[in-house]
Design a protein around this ligand. Sequence first.
Ligand code: ADP
Length: 380
Amino acid sequence: MKITIIIIVLSILLVIYIIKRAVDYHKDQIAILKRKIELEQKKAEKNLEKLQNRKDTIKRITGNMSEGVVMLDANADIVSANASALNIFDIKDEIKGVNIIELLRELKLLEYAHKAVEGETSDALMNRNGRIYDVRFSPSQGASQPRGAILLFLDITEKHESEKLRREFSANVSHELKTPLTNISGNAEMLAAGVVSEADKPEFYNRIYDESRRMTTLVDDIMYLSRLDEKSELREKESVNLYEILSEVKKNLSEKAEKGNVSIAICETDFSVTGDRNMLYELFFNLIENAVKYNVDGGKVEVIAAKNIVTISDTGIGIPEESLPFIFDRFYRVDRSRSKKTGGTGLGLAIVKHIAALHNAEISVKSVVSTGTKIYIVFN
Ligand code: ADP
């Protein structure tokens, strides 16, 4: 009986011991698990912080970009848009979550945005509020990233305009050179074919000479203008006495003025300008030559240089009001045949405009048809 009791007690003690060990074991396991969970939680917090930092860095970078940046998710909904993008689309409200269809209303652009989400890169032009943008559509998914797209909007308005101007200029140059070339070859061909009488020959030779001179002047002006195009500022500057320059221009134009029975008067002045002597000579030569060329028999040209303003007045044919906005454009002439007769290239005032800009001078024109023209150059 005693033994039985002892065995039972021992068995109970054994069971208690086993239970305690089991509980201790699980307690250890739970502690290990708890530590693991805590570690994972810390890791996740760190990753989240890293992600937030990365997001902030992207926001900071894109926020300072002049290009518009729009990020899309897999549904082509906007995830983020930087300040420039909001400006381009004139958006003041929250844009996150809005579908790209709200920004890009053109079908082709929308199609490219969806293709970018699917993994295809594209490029297209977009017109918005009078500006031209080059839009780059790129997929944004990587190994660890969900699908999406990045849209980059580059403002290329100025580049586009200057390319257009360059294309127009080249087309005009070809056209302008073609006319004298055609005339030269036409006249030379007739001379070579022996169909011109001896009496008419001098006229043909003169025409060939005149046209080739026209071409030389044209090429000189084009080259001068393209040299000016390359300059964004004056490299060499000196103090230039305007009276000296104006007197030199008058002397060199005296023959032309006499031929047209036009008088040139220059009012004496001590006015000096800081700039490029040769360019300033070219500027005043072109303006005073025009005042002589587009004058009438017995007409007058008067040049006054006072304070920082030079005024060139003539009593010539004047410029119609509707032509005034265009006279500084390349190859623009009010009367093509009159300009051609006087050896004009239509580039004189374009050169003047360029030189004035390089000298920080402003030009304005007042003109009355059949009364005359006044040109003001204000040196700032
Ligand atoms: P062009 O070589 O034909 O003279 P410009 O560029 O110098 O070219 O001038 C452009 C046009 O402006 C001229 O063709 C002419 O019609 C007009 N113009 C310029 N200056 C005068 C002026 N003083 N009086 C009248 N017309 C002028």
